[in-house]
Design a binder for this molecule. Sequence first.
Ligand code: HEC
Ligand code: HEC
Length: 503
Amino acid sequence: MNYPVWQLGFPGGLLIAAVAVLHVFISHFAIGGGAYLVLTERRAYSQNDSELLGYVRHHSKFFALLTVVLGAVTGVGIWFTIGLVSPEATSSLIHTFVWGWAIEWVFFFVEIAAALVYAYHWDTLDRQTHLIVGWIYFVAAWASLVVINGIITYMLTPGRWLETGKFWDGFFNPTYWPSLWIRTAMAVGLAGIFGLVTAMWEPPALRERVVRWAGWWLVLGIAPLLPLSRWYFHDFPSYSRAYFSGMYPQVRHALLGAAVCTGVALALALLFALLRPKVMNPVIVAVLLVAGIGVMGSGEYLREFSRYPYVINSYIYANDIRIGQVESIAASGVARTSPWVEGSAADPRADQRHYGRQLFALECGSCHSVDGYRGMRKFARGWDAKFAGEILLHLPVVRETMPPFAGDAHDRAALGSYLASLAPAIPSGTNDKEIGQQVFAIHCAMCHSVGGRRRPLDLKGTDPEAIAGMLGTLSDINPNMPPFTGTDAEGRALAVYLSNSSQ
Ligand code: HEC
Ligand code: HEC
């Protein structure tokens, strides 16, 4: 709460994701592509293949342009966006890994310098020296992954760092190794895909040779992905492995997307790069590029989602609030903790909704928008202010992916009244069952389902009177349940609905 909030109108996480996926795509190519360049150059020398050498020269220019320009621009873009969207977490990462970053920047500098020398000194350096420059490039590029990987995996599984606070405990954390090898394999595969891109500009005979050669890179990059992902997943925090059990449709879609993209890339590589290289054409290469982005994008999405509700596991929540701060914010209120909110919930003259809207931006806006992605207007349809205020006490029960609300009773009331103002609606219908279904959607469906997977309620055949009576005691049945705040008529309708429906 030490920083102002950058309000984008959509969750900041989406912006980070967009920049990061592009960056990850290019930076992994920058690593694998380095090895691809030197090994292809060596192959050209040993086979005395001047055409192939010509191809590597072209490829090296394309490579340097793409990785140095776009790679660097998107890399700076990541710092820019994370610094604005999650300043607290960014500051924490810089403090925890200050020497890691410093070393990474040295590697990055070496990488860029070597890439430029390699691409522009084909005629001025002898073969041996030129190859050595290429190797220097590759080693520096991979070494920067070795460093960054420690920091990225730390965010998901900080491991013993949480107790010791020691650099190496955070760095070599439980997911360090599987993640390093997955990323290395992806780098090899992407080198193959981009090798195919530039092969398309070559004359047919050479093109066919290059396509087969690049195809091997692609296949070798994809082959180990499945076993490596299993290893990686095995070391995920146990709470987030539960997200993969089918509760979250978006996780299922991302997994499916990753599997389909990997399968398509493998099939196309086997068919049109290794078996029938003559057929390979720009359209198939474009599909491979899209599949590559698909694999990277869904992988990154799953990693980010698995980290919910945290941005740094068990340390800082995804809304940039430190776990250790929640209690003090609850005691003193948001207005006294953050210098950036206008007004105060405790001040009866202040505009409560305006104040509540700021709390929404501060505590929910990193994951929810109002009308777009995970739109709150849809989720809060029909809520009254009292009910909204109650739900705020139970956010981690509503979804394990959500941080608890941090604030005092005034803050809760203000945010509650803002949420209730988004989509006021009164349940309506021609009979009790219809009305009851809407009451269920408004008051229960965020935590329960009828016949679904999330805390299924099966009250079919139960006397509606008994159910209606029970509604008055929900918080006694389980302290994680908010009290029912609907009218008596709504309660009766809900009881009729529940007693009539199951599976
Ligand atoms: C770390 C990210 C994150 C933060 C921060 C967050 N949420 Fe959520 N929230 C989620 C996810 C993920 C879901 C599940 C959405 C889905 O299934 O589409 C969700 C679902 C919900 C739902 C249930 C929707 C339903 O009916 O199924 C409510 C209500 C909700 N959030 C309210 C809030 C409020 C209010 C805040 C701020 C105080 C907040 N959330 C902060 C991630 C977050
Ligand atoms: C904030 C989340 C939340 C909301 C909202 C909520 N519940 Fe629950 N409910 C729970 C939890 C947690 C339990 C404990 C059992 C569990 O975890 O599955 C529970 C248990 C129950 C049980 C007893 C368990 C059983 O299967 O017999 C009933 C009945 C029930 N809820 C009915 C309702 C009704 C009706 C509503 C809407 C008016 C409602 N709940 C709203 C969280 C919620």
